[in-house]
Design a protein around this ligand. Sequence first.
Ligand code: ADP
Ligand code: MG
Length: 550
Amino acid sequence: DDARLAEELRRMDGASYGRYKSLTGDWSFPDFTLTVERVQSDPFAPPSRVAVRVPAEVAELPDHAWRDPVRRRATADYLVRRAHRELKGARLRIDAGGQQVIARASGRIRDGAVELRLGIELPGHGRRIDARTAERELCERLPDLVDALRWPALDTAEATAFADSVEDTVALRDLLPGLGLVAFVADGAVLPRRSGVSDSPMEGAAVPFTAPESMRVAVDLPHAGRVTGLGIPEGITLIVGGGFHGKSTLLHALERGVYDHVPGDGRELVVTRPDAVKIRAEEGRRVERTDVSAFVRNLPTGADTADFSTDNASGSTSQAANIAEALEAGARTLLVDEDTTATNLMIRDARMQRLVHGDREPLTPFVDLVRPLHRGHGVSTVLVMGGSGDYFDVADRVVMLDGYRPYDVTERAKELAAERADADFAMPAARVVDPRSVDATARGRARVKRRDMDVLTFGEDEIDVRGLTQLVDPGQVIGVGLALRLLAEDGLLDGERTLAQALDALEERLGADGAAALGRGYAGDYALPRRHEVAAALNRLRSLRVLRST
Ligand code: ADP
Ligand code: MG
């Protein structure tokens, strides 16, 4: 018990650091169980890992805080954030999210019991054990933390409002298909961020969102009641406007709208369909046997673009591959910003067509495909394009941002539009991945690591994930690696299933409580990724081999 742990620690004082290893295992405290899961081998190694289980009788969470999966995720997230604040200045660390509420390994509620997973830098004087400090952390700080997280000790109004807010966001997102919308931006939402490197809301100067009357939609939410805002309908929506008028800011908010945001973020009621994927050019990426023939034909190399591979894609072919792969993984809403696209894949004006035509131009621009994509396959597109009017011809709706305010300029744009004959869009071929090419092991052990939000180390490979702009949390980078590992090791990639089917099987495996199933002995922090980012990382794995595409 706790007295035993304190005693044990005192006995270790001054002993060589390695003796900390003997703490591994369970220690019962009056109010909780502490499990020492992994002990660092020296003071400079990554922190040791501990788990804390607070039984339901102690946690005293009311039913409404955890009975359904959405509120359970929200309350767990709230508790982790509370714990994070409580541990300021401690050696104990807990992984709390940023502006998004995402299932993560650090906090989980199961049958009313609260389970936390933390890191701790076990203290040393050089390479000798500093038992005094260790005792203070584990035998004082930790019980204080558990005390502070009991429902009666919480600001219960705040905790309840947190779950209510997340529940409203989820309800709003669930309403989108029935309303024929791909996204919704509430009146009053605050979209701009504090800076290019901060995800917190802009203060003071932010112009709150106001929907144009003609596109305003009203919805009823379980807690907020009636809410109005801009409904972005299925089909093709073009966002235009002068430079610096807020176009990219709106699109970024839509990218993030697949996640739930914390109260006070400003984007709590900005939602996008879960299958929305940001498309961008990504020069230099590898492509493995992807069908880009809808966009690219007759390359000067004579390569078969229905089965296209390269170790170094160009801007346009990388973007074509990104679209094809997103569709393959199940994306049915594409988000595109002129700032990060390859112009020659987006547009081709009449003069250029006269100069470079026929077989000399391998690319079919997106402007010719965006309508067939919707007509034939129900794929919607929201596109920011301030620099060319070509998309007037194909847009269902045109929204102009002027001084951060949106206006419906569809009619005016249609007066300026031209007729455009468009072809059919053939969905890219489905691929079957070679399971042996996805291997998490390096030097005989599983290796899943990350470098910031830039690189995922997976086995012997380093995957560049900088192009995956809808990864929003460092923990998700690890989550992607763990998902890849699960795909490979549990036979979800079996050499028979298509990639899309394997992703379906993955989602099924993860179920409602998502993050927990990813862990499989992984000792560190991680958060739940979407299937789209899992697929995107797999597609960027340099060892990936595709067996066949059909
Ligand atoms: P665009 O893509 O149209 O060129 P951006 O979306 O990049 O414009 O926005 C330009 C600047 O305006 C950014 O610094 C952004 O933070 C700021 N901004 C965007 N929306 C708002 C708003 N609603 N209120 C205040 N500032 C905003
Ligand atoms: Mg922009």
